[in-house]
Design a protein around this ligand. Structure first.
Ligand code: ADP
Ligand code: ASP
Ligand code: MG
Length: 320
């Protein structure tokens, strides 16, 4: 079987028609090389936030089932639009909802887990030469009710689909061209990382770095699918998340909420130089610690003080 390329584009990458067109052109270029392509798409821009707000305007007790019925529309719109655009450009494309793509999940609305993917429809469409565009973030449960996978869940759809199709890897395209030493939106002087292990990325995601949904990393690790994060809008090399383990290299710092900070990197527990720097920083800044915990790949700090972005910038510059 030819390898199938799975490409996921996030909400900010398809926020308006112009961006949708750039994404369509990128897909068309790959298709022209004879590649079989499955695209997983998020809802456009802030659509999901808007739908949640609209539901809440109608009721202060929105049923979980109905909320998922509503939220899933965001991805149905974006996938249909991309398909319309590709077809107009002369490329055969078809959009599939979660259930049409055979994505079966548990029944816990807004946080469902993918149980299995019946790939028969996807393969049928690929074999007839189509570019298959799947609605991310959604599936159906045992009652054929629509479920969603949790905010940011399209990443998980993409990696699960890549695993089900035995793809070599899964590309996640976003407004950021990789995973950085800290959130580039909040911290200055961040650097792009070439590699991260699944474990390191899971730690980052579970601390709240929304660049990847944490369940997609778990699936990547389980099925040994390297996840490649890249920019939707340029060809710069991105970050590869795989089994590759680098010892003692500090990878990323993240602020979880006003007073919780985590520093991630495999073997961090043996990186005495780094630990010393962190302790000296805490003493110099006269910060009060409520918790200092070190595990194999993470230092977790909980402060009594509010840690502003300026402090994170300083700590970032000190350790990178
Ligand atoms: P998408 O819409 O493509 O799914 P997200 O907004 O979910 O994209 O994730 C990308 C965002 O994640 C970036 O814009 C960035 O602000 C944020 N982010 C947080 N931490 C990091 C990090 N360490 N590296 C890169 N991006 C990060
Ligand atoms: N549209 C959903 C969200 O905004 C899923 C996703 O974008 O991955 O959370
Ligand atoms: Mg996301």
């Amino acid at each position: 079987m030819d390898t199938i390329m799975v490409l996921k584009f996030g909400g900010s990458s398809v926020a308006d028609n112009k961006k949708l067109e750039l994404v369509a052109k990128r897909i068309a270029k790959i298709y022209d090389k004879g590649q079989k392509i499955v695209v997983v798409l998020s809802a456009q821009g802030k659509t999901t936030d808007k739908l949640i707000k609209e539901a809440q305007e109608l009721s202060n007790n929105v049923e979980n089932r109905e909320l998922d019925a509503l939220l899933s529309c965001g991805e149905q719109m974006s996938t249909a639009k991309l398909s319309i655009l590709l077809n107009y450009m002369g490329y055969p494309a078809i959009s599939l909802t979660g259930w049409q793509a055979g994505i079966f999940t548990t029944n816990n609305n807004q946080n469902a887990n993918i149980i299995k993917i019946d790939t028969s429809r996807i393969l049928k469409e690929l074999n007839s030469g189509k570019i298959v565009i799947i609605a991310g973030f959604q599936g159906i449960d045992e009652n054929l009710d629509i479920t969603t996978l949790g905010r940011g869940g399209s990443d998980t759809t993409a990696v699960a689909v890549a695993a089900a199709l035995n793809s070599e890897n899964c590309y996640i395209f976003s407004d950021v061209d990789g995973v950085y030493t800290a959130d580039p939106d909040k911290v200055e002087n961040t650097k792009k990382l070439e590699n991260l292990s699944y474990e390191e990325m899971m730690q980052l995601s579970s601390e709240g770095a929304k660049v990847l949904h944490n369940r997609c990393v778990e699936i990547g690790e389980k099925f040994k699918i390297p996840i490649i994060t890249k920019s939707s809008f340029n060809d710069k090399p991105g970050t590869i998340i795989s089994e590759k383990i680098e010892e003692n290299i500090v990878k990323s710092i993240i602020k979880k909420d006003v007073s919780r900070v985590a520093i991630i990197g495999n073997g961090i527990i043996r990186n005495f130089d780094l630990i010393k720097k962190v302790i000296e920083f805490i003493e110099k800044e006269k910060l009060e610690l409520l918790k200092f915990e070190i595990s194999e790949a993470k230092i977790s700090l909980v402060f009594k003080n509010i840690i502003d972005d300026g402090k994170i910038n300083e700590l970032h510059d000190l350790i990178f």
